[in-house]
Design a protein around this ligand. Structure first.
Ligand code: ADP
Length: 194
């Protein structure tokens, strides 16, 4: 199995690049943001609670997210070629929990960090907000999400860097050029895994 954890600031292109990776390499893409938005769309009481958290640009509790990921890992088909976790871990607590889960299941994953300049991510999210219908794609929410990202998510990079499975991709380019870097890296890792 070839597994990735994809991280980076909001709007860095995690979702888009994950979809391309899924298409080309047959890896299963799991987006925590999409899973949470599906829960909101279901209209459940839990969805209503989550809706408020997302709209404010805050993070859902670690406990809930860790259970969600545990469930995804537990239900992976045996035929699975690998997976891409998009949006998890987003805190150091989640990173520790994931390491434990991976150790139990003897799973290995590479962290892919898509780096994009901050003015560029703000521009991209505002553009996405014109059509996404997402309650958190507005300037106020974006500023708060970036603050949360720097305080709570960015520290996970050091954690993975120390564990020697951390790769950086320059995401300031167009979609195809950014994917070309990920594609090359994936091909190399796939070769190394064989
Ligand atoms: P973006 O990367 O553009 O911020 P996502 O779709 O990945 O968008 O996530 C949207 C929102 O979902 C986040 O701002 C956060 O509120 C919530 N969320 C997603 N993943 C997690 C997580 N692992 N832990 C806590 N909250 C999360």
């Amino acid at each position: 199995m070839l597994n990735f954890i994809i991280t980076g600031a909001p709007g860095c292109g995690k979702g888009t690049q994950s979809q391309l990776l899924e298409q080309k390499y047959g890896l299963k893409h799991f987006s925590t943001g999409d899973a949470l938005r599906a829960e909101i769309a279901s209209g459940s009481a839990l969805g209503k609670e989550i809706d408020g958290i997302l709209a404010a640009g805050n993070l859902v509790s670690d406990d809930f997210m860790i259970k969600l990921i545990g469930n995804f890992i537990d239900t992976l088909p045996t035929s699975c070629k690998g997976f891409i976790l998009d949006g998890f871990p987003r805190t150091i607590v989640q990173a520790y929990a994931l390491t434990q889960l991976f150790e139990q299941k003897q799973i290995k994953a590479y962290l892919l960090h898509i780096m994009v300049d901050e003015p560029e991510v703000v521009k991209r999210i505002l553009k996405r907000g014109e059509s996404s219908g997402r309650a958190d794609d507005n300037l106020e929410s974006i500023k708060h999400r970036l603050k949360v990202y720097h305080e709570q998510t960015a520290p996970i990079c050091r954690y993975y860097l120390a564990r020697n499975n951390y790769f950086v991709v320059n995401g300031n380019f167009e979609v195809e050029e950014t994917f070309a870097q990920i594609d090359m890296l994936t091909a190399l890792l796939q070769h190394a895994e064989q």
